[in-house]
Design a protein around this ligand. Structure first.
Ligand code: SF4
Length: 491
């Protein structure tokens, strides 16, 4: 939906609260903002599905048709408001501000309840700002807002059979908090309107930049090997930056660093990897054959898709398993990818029970996640309870040596993720893969399995890319264990 450039809409106001420079780009140079990531698109899609479900709680409500011109939406909304019906997505203009409200419920002869629907599972501080901005605009347009609420997902709701929308949502009143914010929000909005109309504002980079689409642009002045790669609290890196220190070579000798940070800094300064041989030897000695390298890909839907699932619960839809029965045995590979037409958890459990045997280490990267997926799956299939209790003792987390810096290669660039460790330690990498990250895997699976398209070719192509991606995740672990063994002389 296109809005007239001059308006400060609710989404622009929220952008402006996070960064005035980002707001300015949204208004004046939108084309220079890179497209949203697959993860963000998925979050937005889920947000609109949640919004539609919430409407069911307000029978008789009418949806105001939005126009690309804010003034026309305003006229339609004012007309609908005069009928004193429940309104969905009514949009109002006041001066140069514009807000679309999720739900408006008439109270008495002239007042309204303003209800903001969120796909989160709690009320967050930014929701107060969001609703306070709406209240300011709607009251500026002549509506009387007597109460404000946030409607959000109940994380404890477990679906059994038909979706029970009244149990899926929770509603918190936030009227007092919103009233308290009114004058602040008014001042912020005035400031933002000035920024929007001016030239590009000078804004310093900060912790808020982490997920900003303009990150590459604003951080382009940083050297490739920069102080923000140092693990831990980024406050230290910002302190160094204020002193004019941007790269590892310029860190003063007397600068206080933790033992872990010292390992990293000296690896970057010398270009040599760090190795803690005793710790790595102990870690590798815990691995017992057969070795099972396991990785899940999951989906997490805001609206529970299957019985006995809750909002955002991780459902394993795919796994890859490499098995090495002995040091000299040929590597075996097994995989599973759910078609999506039924709850995949019983199939995942039954297949893994067949494959994982009675003994041997199960190696996963961030093993708590794999154990969590299994624990949730078993909740719906109690016949696997005993099996899972025995199985979880066999897990070994391959993240541990990298999290603890028992091994660190400067090519990891501060990261302890499989995607960065693999090319640092082996000749393999995730480069040039059609699907090369978990977020995209989840997005693509949701798109071809639960989306509206019925394109079989597209689905086959995505499934083939998913198979390759998940297989590389477990092959990566095999290769990393081999490399570690070589390094400590036990390979
Ligand atoms: S990267 Fe940081 S400074 Fe640049 S627009 Fe985003 S939040 Fe603002």
């Amino acid at each position: 939906m296109v809005e007239t450039k001059k308006f400060l809409s609710k989404s622009r106001f929220m952008d402006g609260l996070s960064c005035l420079k980002f707001l300015w780009y949204q208004v004046n140079r939108k084309k220079e903002i890179p497209p949203f990531s697959a993860e963000l698109v998925e979050i937005m899609k889920q947000g609109s599905v949640v919004g539609e479900e919430a409407h069911q709680l307000f029978p008789g409500g009418i949806k105001v048709e939005r126009d690309w011109q804010a003034e026309i939406t305003h006229e339609r909304s004012m007309k609908a408001a005069r009928e004193r019906k429940i309104l969905f997505e009514a949009g109002f203009v006041s001066g140069q501000t514009y807000a679309i409200s999720d739900i408006l419920v008439p109270v008495g002869e002239k007042s309204w309840q303003l209800i903001e629907v969120k796909s989160s599972t709690s009320v967050k501080h930014e929701h107060y700002d969001d609703v306070a901005f709406q209240k300011m605009v709607l009251e500026g347009a002549g509506l009387d807002i007597c109460q404000c609420y946030v409607l959000y997902l109940n994380r404890d709701y477990e679906r059994v059979g038909q979706l029970e929308v009244d149990k899926l949502f929770k509603k918190d009143e936030i009227t007092a908090e919103v009233i308290e914010l009114q004058s602040e929000v008014k001042a912020q909005a005035e400031k933002m309107l000035v920024v929007m109309a001016g030239s590009e504002p000078e804004v310093k980079i900060g912790p808020r930049c982490k997920n900003c689409p303009l990150y590459e642009k604003c951080w382009a002045f940083m050297p490739e090997d920069n102080i923000f790669l140092i693990r831990g609290n980024k406050k230290m890196a910002f302190d160094l930056m204020r002193q004019g220190v941007l790269d590892f070579a310029s860190i003063p000798n007397n600068f206080e660093l933790t033992p872990e940070q010292l390992i990293q800094v000296s690896a970057h300064q010398t270009g040599e990897p760090y190795l803690n041989k005793p710790e790595l030897t102990n870690f590798l000695a815990k691995l017992t054959y057969p070795l099972y390298f396991l990785d899940f890909e999951t989906i997490a839907s805001a609206i529970p898709l299957y019985d006995y699932t809750r909002p955002y619960e991780d459902i394993p839809v795919q796994f890859s398993l490499h098995v090495q029965k002995s040091a000299k045995a040929k590597l075996e590979h097994y995989s599973f990818l759910a078609s999506g037409d039924q709850d995949p958890r019983p199939q995942v459990l039954s297949r893994l029970k067949e494959l994982l045997g009675e003994s041997g280490s199960i190696i996963a990267f961030f093993a708590d996640y794999e154990k969590k997926c299994l624990r949730f799956s078993v909740r719906n299939c109690p016949e696997y309870n005993h099996w899972f209790v025995c199985l979880k003792k066999r897990f070994i987390d391959l993240l541990v040596p990298f999290k603890n810096l028992w091994y660190y290669h400067p090519k990891q660039k501060g990261s302890a993720s499989l995607k960065d460790i693999l090319p640092a330690m082996t000749k393999l990498s995730y480069d040039n893969m059609e699907i090369g990250a978990g977020g995209l895997a989840r997005f693509e699976y949701m798109r071809v399995v639960f989306g509206s398209s019925d394109d079989k070719k597209d689905k086959d192509k995505v499934f083939s890319a998913l198979e390759k991606y998940c297989e590389l995740d477990t092959l990566a672990m095999v290769k990393i264990v081999e490399a570690l063994k070589k390094l400590v002389g036990s390979g």
